[in-house]
Design a protein around this ligand. Sequence first.
Ligand SMILES: O=c1ccn([C@@H]2O[C@H](COP(=O)(O)OP(=O)(O)O[C@H]3OC[C@@H](O)[C@H](O)[C@H]3O)[C@@H](O)[C@H]2O)c(=O)[nH]1
Length: 337
Amino acid sequence: MNISCDSSELIHRSNRKPIPDQPHSSFSSPISLRKQTTNRIMTNIVLYRLPFLLIGITITILFFYTFPLNDLDSPYYPDSSSSPLSSSALPARRVLLEEPPMKKQSVMTRVPGGVRGKRKRIVVTGGAGFVGSHLVDRLIERGDSVIVVDNMFTGRKDNLLHHFGNPNFELIRHDVVEPILLEVDQIYHLACPASPVHYKYNPTNVMGTLNMLGLAKRVGARFLLTSTSEVYGDPLQHPQAETYWGHVNPIGVRSCYDEGKRTAETLAMDYHRGAGIEVRIARIFNTYGPRMCLDDGRVVSNFVAQALRKEPLTVYGDGKQTRSFQYVSDLVILFLD
Ligand SMILES: O=c1ccn([C@@H]2O[C@H](COP(=O)(O)OP(=O)(O)O[C@H]3OC[C@@H](O)[C@H](O)[C@H]3O)[C@@H](O)[C@H]2O)c(=O)[nH]1
């Protein structure tokens, strides 16, 4: 056997001819060796590795489906303003992944105000005050995003405590006599002490209104000015129609307030006519209700406080003066659309 095998090997080498593959031969050429190795690897992959590979791919897909990299609900992006994603990229991703409706809704609420459909970004100056805080309640209830700007002269944090922690609410301590820049859709300008005992110490009407009108012009926001029945002064007409121009003493003790509000109305109308700002003016009469300061000085709070203390009620002057009174919730509802 050994001899015969050696001779065939000799023949092959001398003739330089390829010999056909012999299954039981102990000899293999380099090419067929490579083939065999490749075949063995392929067999291994198919038999053992491929299932593992497929399992790995499935796990990866499931992972990224459950925790998408650009998920805005992730704690890394607590606020849309800190998200590096453009808002236009969001709807496409959400639709592709076909997430449940609740998930889609939570993403929509985080899109910045200018892009959103109905949710408005609103600034309320004087929003920590008596009337302002009730207005803030209605706006938040309506689903708007509210920024309160207040210098806390007569406003109180207590009036807004129930909104702290709400992502749609923000409180900025700021005096509107200094300019402020905010990106908003609407401005409700209430910042001004309204009680005679307070406004003489802080006549902010003209400068505050001018600054907020400037902001309205810059960002194209709708503007509401809360004016007062005092623009009629000591009226010669009862009751006062909106067409009545008033009877005001320009140098009286109340003139910082009544003439200030008259100037504020003039400025608002000038910005409307000159800059095309959408303006609304509300001439507010004597308003009462919860959150009124006990030391407000107005007749209702004075009488209530005196009655609670079982003191006599103080009536100023001859007692023949007349006023129109309204409950605060009846007032703020008129400010809304
Ligand atoms: O203790 C009091 C307080 C007030 N009064 C009188 O009651 C009348 C109402 O006075 P208030 O102090 O309540 O305030 P006024 O109605 O003058 O203006 C108030 O309400 C209307 C808003 O537009 C004004 O911004 C706000 O100052 C006045 O004639 C006042 O002299 C009293 O007789 N006793």
